[in-house]
Every structure is written in structure tokens, then in C-alpha cells.
Design a protein around this ligand. Structure first.
Ligand SMILES: *Cc1c(COP(=O)(O)O)cnc(C)c1O
Length: 425
């Protein structure tokens, strides 16, 4: 029987639910810290290494504070993510601004707070220059998209040629020449070529591509390349039969490519940056929900009190999230259910034809790996409200790190209309 062990027990959740009604997201501080330390250790061979946590994965300032305390910076894609990072204490180069189709106002804000701007396109060079009154920052980066298909030996494939992001190879050379001529002193190269890769091969393979590109760019443009950003894409095993990535093996693989390609080219002082979101947080968060209905029609359904508003990945990409019925961890998986939320959308199912133990009304279900791209992707369809976020601290206590939404939050943007005062808040 393939299984996953939740980081909370039935006894713990029964106690927590007395104060915080389900559904809620809960995060495991111990797991977050141990994993983040393993990441920093795996890349400690590189003195300039920095993990810029991808804020979009889990934009909660309490979680971000834990990561910052350990030495992480933040990768932001919008002004609001920069504002959040600033509120957590990040300044200047502790923030990376990797955005695309970027509004002028957001570039201006990124420059004002001193974040490293990672340009998504060659046309953004004059765009940013104009916004900043003709003076580019001393340190900038360009996002590279070599095109084609990116394939790994285990069959994982992604299609950069079909992705909207980044500069082509020719544009990288031209862009770097322009940036050097305009006085940019330190340049970086960034690329994100495959998502949720459950293989130790992805970063080393990406690193080799970027390191060769860096050597070529230095020769052709004379640019002073000070960092290479491997971005995100390191995955987690959502399914219990998958083998987790080993970050130490990944770090060693990147080191090998670094020593083979960059060091002989006299580029042994280049810093390695990463921007992981999923790998940093996904396994250390869970959505806890309660079974509130059972329905026996053409299929067997279990209705829970969470819905796609709390976790969208199954509805939008058919993503698998493992489910544990608390207190029934060792019971036989002798029932087959669709586990559904309440939205008026048939895709609002956390699981389809899933083998689970017999579920009784009131049972608590743990939906695994919701610590990244879980709460943050939520929306308010059907007027459904987003849940609370809780932090299970290292000492076993629970801290509310975001309250659940209320109808007043949902209606807040109507506050300037005559309807607002008629709301039964
Ligand atoms: C989404 C994103 C990340 C994080 O991706 P994960 O798959 O969560 O690691 C990092 N960098 C950029 C630019 C992104 O868009």
C-alpha cells in the first residue's frame, strides 16, 4: 500500500478544530526549517549562493519571515509581492523582480526599493530606461529562453519554445551588448525551462546550459556576469509512488557543471541563485477539511467543507493531491470515491475514483502538499470565502497566521456603492 504520512494526527486536528473551524491550511514549521537548511547546505560550496523564495507560492509574511531568518531572499513578480517582501524586512538585492508583461509602475517600484530587475524581453531595456529617466541600475539580469524542447532522461519534458517568457539566444547577445554600453556593471542570467521536475537531473542540466551561455556571452559582449539564476521548477512527489528529489545530489550536480564549465573559463566567482517555491513549501502545508455529505448516485461522492477556492490545482490541471483520512491511516483502501467541493463546477473535485478507506461524516481529511501554490491560487468563485492559514510551530503550538475571509472582505470593494450599506454584514 503506497502511503504518505501527514505531519498532523487526528488528535491534534480534533483539538485545533475546536478553535479554528475547518477548512484551513496548516503549515509545519519544523519541516520548513529542516528543508530550507538542507537547501542552503547543498549549495554552501558556492559562497554567493542565495535562494530567492518564490513569493507567489506562499505569500504569507509569517512563513516568509522564517525563510528570511534562515537567509533566503524573495522572488517577486508584482508590486504587491515586493511590498509584502518589504514588510518582512527585505531590502535591495534581497529581492529579485522576475516579472513579464510588466506595467511601468511596477518596474518603477522595483527600482525604487532596489530589487534586482530581471528583464523578460529585449524591448524592456528602453522601456525601463525611460521609466528610470535614462539611468539603468548597476545590476540587472535577463531571462533566457533557448526555445526548442527540454527533455530529461526519465521522460520529463517541457516546451520552452512554446513559452511566452524570456530572450532568444540572439537577443541575449544583443541585449547584453546594449546593457554593457549603457553602463550596467553586473549582469545575471536567469531561466526557467521545466516545472515540477521530480528528478535530480533538472538543475544540473539547466545549469550546464546557462553556464555555457554565460561563457559565450562574456566572450562576445565583455559583460561582467556576476550571477546565474536557476529559478524554480524543482518538484515534489505529489504521488506516493514517486521518489523525492535529493537536494544534496542536485547541489552536487550543479557544482560539477560549475567546475567543468565556469571555473576553466575564469568565472569561478559567479554566484548561484535559485528561486524555488514548490520545493521549499509544498510538502510542509496541508489543507484540512471535513466530510459533510455522502452521496450515492451514478458514483460514490464524499462532499467536504473545502472547495477549489481553497486549492485550485486539481480543478485547473487535474493535479493529483494525496488524501489521508485522519484516524484511518492503516485502514484498508476498500472504497472508491470522488471527493468534491461545493462549487457549481464539475471540476471541483479533490480526487476522482480515489481508493480510500470508508469515510464517515465528520471525518477529517488531510489533502497533502498544499504548502505551495495552494492558498495563494485561491479565488472567490460562487462567493466562496478563502480559509484561514495556521502555523504548527516547532513546540507543537498553533498560531493563526491569516484569518479566514468574512463576507465583509468579499464585499469590501463595493464599499463606495449604495448597495454596501444594505449588506447584512
Ligand atoms: C513560479 C516561479 C518560480 C517558482 O517556481 P516553483 O515551481 O514553485 O519552484 C520561480 N521563478 C519564477 C520566475 C517563477 O515564475
Amino acid at each position: 500500500m503506497m502511503t504518505k504520512k501527514p505531519f498532523v494526527t487526528k488528535e491534534q486536528i480534533t483539538e485545533i478544530a475546536k478553535t479554528y473551524p475547518t477548512p484551513f491550511h496548516i503549515y509545519d514549521e519544523k519541516g520548513i526549517r529542516e528543508n530550507a537548511k538542507a537547501v542552503l547546505e547543498a549549495f554552501s560550496w558556492n559562497p554567493g549562493f542565495k535562494e530567492y523564495f518564490a513569493v507567489k507560492a506562499t505569500p504569507n509574511p509569517y512563513i516568509m519571515s522564517i525563510l528570511r531568518e534562515l537567509g533566503c531572499g524573495f522572488d517577486c513578480a508584482s508590486k504587491t509581492e515586493l511590498m509584502l517582501s518589504g514588510a518582512v524586512g527585505a531590502t535591495g538585492h534581497e529581492m529579485m523582480f522576475s516579472s513579464n508583461d510588466t506595467p511601468a509602475e511596477e518596474y518603477a517600484y522595483a527600482a525604487k526599493v532596489g530589487a534586482i530587475i530581471n528583464l523578460d524581453d529585449i524591448t524592456h531595456i528602453p522601456f525601463v530606461e525611460e521609466i528610470l529617466g535614462g539611468k539603468l541600475p548597476e545590476t540587472m539580469s535577463c531571462r533566457y529562453n533557448p526555445g526548442g524542447v527540454f527533455q530529461m532522461s526519465n521522460g520529463i519534458m517541457d516546451n520552452p519554445g512554446d513559452a511566452k517568457y524570456g530572450f532568444t539566444t540572439e537577443q541575449m547577445e544583443e541585449g547584453f551588448k546594449i546593457l554593457v554600453s549603457k553602463g550596467v556593471k553586473n549582469l545575471g542570467i536567469h531561466a526557467f525551462l521545466a516545472s515540477n521536475t521530480v528528478t535530480n537531473e533538472y538543475y544540473p542540466k539547466l545549469a550546464a546550459i546557462l553556464f555555457k551561455e554565460a561563457v559565450a556571452l562574456k566572450e562576445k559582449t565583455g559583460a561582467n556576469i556576476t550571477f546565474i539564476n536557476l529559478s524554480g521548477g524543482v518538484g515534489v512527489p505529489y504521488r506516493p509512488d514517486q521518489t523525492p528529489n535529493d537536494i544534496r545530489v542536485i547541489g552536487e550536480g550543479v557544482r560539477k557543471a560549475y567546475e567543468e564549465i565556469l571555473v576553466p573559463a575564469g568565472m569561478g566567482n559567479v554566484s548561484i541563485f535559485t528561486e524555488m517555491g514548490r520545493f521549499m513549501l509544498a510538502p510542509y502545508g496541508a489543507l484540512v477539511t471535513k466530510a459533510i455529505h455522502e452521496k450515492h448516485t451514478h458514483k460514490e461522492y464524499i462532499g467536504v467543507d473545502a472547495c477549489a477556492v481553497n486549492l485550485m490545482r486539481p480543478a485547473i490541471y487535474g493535479a493529483y493531491h494525496h488524501i489521508t483520512v485522519l484516524g484511518k491511516e492503516n485502514a484498508p483502501l476498500d472504497h472508491v470515491y470522488d471527493v468534491t467541493g461545493s462549487l457549481c463546477e464539475n471540476c471541483d473535485k479533490f480526487a476522482i475514483d480515489r481508493e480510500l478507506p470508508e469515510i464517515e461524516m465528520g471525518d477529517y481529511l488531510v489533502i497533502h502538499e498544499t504548502g505551495a501554490h495552494g492558498y495563494s491560487m485561491g479565488y472567490n468563485y460562487n462567493g466562496k470565502l478563502k480559509s484561514a492559514e495556521l502555523l504548527l510551530k516547532e513546540d507543537g503550538s498553533v498560531q493563526k497566521i491569516r484569518r479566514a475571509e468574512t463576507p465583509a472582505d468579499y464585499f469590501a470593494t463595493l464599499d463606495e456603492t449604495p448597495f454596501y450599506s444594505k449588506m447584512d454584514l
